[in-house]
Design a protein around this ligand. Structure first.
Ligand SMILES: CC(C)(COP(=O)(O)OP(=O)(O)OC[C@H]1O[C@@H](n2cnc3c(N)ncnc32)[C@H](O)[C@@H]1OP(=O)(O)O)[C@@H](O)C(=O)NCCC(=O)NCCS
Length: 203
């Protein structure tokens, strides 16, 4: 178990994004998690271990929650060619105040401790928002984070959702209060109040 990072080893969940695997400029790629090679997965595991050493993961309060796994991922490589940063992507048919809304989720954002402060995560997060825009039909994006990261994401155009977030835990509806919730406009303005029901586990 890795804090707020669901190591993308399982099958994709939910809808399929009609984007084919592509390697982009300057060491950034968008891939379907199910298509990753064993070498890719090993590199992501190594990154996850560097970010969340076992003793940190074992003490993480969120380890008892059920989390959704990313279906897609944006990976950013450093100049030396090693995996520097990872952003998981998930699409989920959800609802806002009872109206159906497709939500683009990002989760599992992590950058290797030795590669931080170089804009790698910003690069990955911005690419994820582009993916939601390219995909079509995504109303808004959503992430959950610790309070200390609210300012970081706010600088990237995210705003705090102050309403109620309903998720599923082992199939049962539950209010999500573990972390703060932030939204980003995509085709619609990200709501800052009301009730969002993710109709599944958080990410
Ligand atoms: C948060 C994280 C992904 C940022 O990665 P990064 O590639 O270094 O980020 P960038 O280079 O794009 O941006 C660096 C900025 O993030 C800020 N930042 C990083 N971690 C932070 C934290 N825990 N609280 C507040 N700000 C933080 C830095 O202060 C820096 O701000 P500045 O540009 O004003 O100096 C990385 O620190 C990390 O992996 N942390 C552990 C996992 C985690 O908390 N992930 C987020 C889950 S929502």
């Amino acid at each position: 178990m890795t804090p707020t990072c669901q190591t993308p080893s399982a099958q994709a969940e939910g809808d399929v994004v009609p984007v084919t695997l592509m390697v982009e400029n300057a060491g950034i790629s968008l891939d379907r998690v199910a298509d990753l090679s064993d070498i890719d997965r090993a590199a992501i595991r190594a990154l996850s271990l560097a970010v969340y050493p076992p003793e940190v993961a074992a003490a993480w309060p969120g380890r008892h929650l059920e989390w959704a796994r990313g279906e897609w991922c944006v990976r950013v490589w450093g100049p030396e060619g090693s995996l520097a940063s990872y952003t998981g992507i998930i699409l989920r048919q959800s609802s806002w105040d009872g109206r159906s809304a497709r939500v683009g989720g990002i989760g599992g954002v992590m950058t290797h401790p030795a590669a931080r402060g170089r804009g790698h995560a910003v690069h990955g997060i911005r690419r994820a928002i582009e993916v939601f825009r390219e995909h079509g039909g995504v109303a808004f994006a959503l992430l959950v984070c610790e309070p200390g990261l609210l300012g970081y994401y706010a600088r990237l155009g995210w705003k705090e959702f102050a309403g109620r977030l309903v998720v599923r835990q082992h199939g049962e509806p539950a209010d999500f209060t573990f972390n703060r919730v932030m939204v980003h406009d995509v085709e619609a303005a990200g709501p800052t109040s009301g009730t969002i029901d993710l109709m599944g586990p958080p990410w």
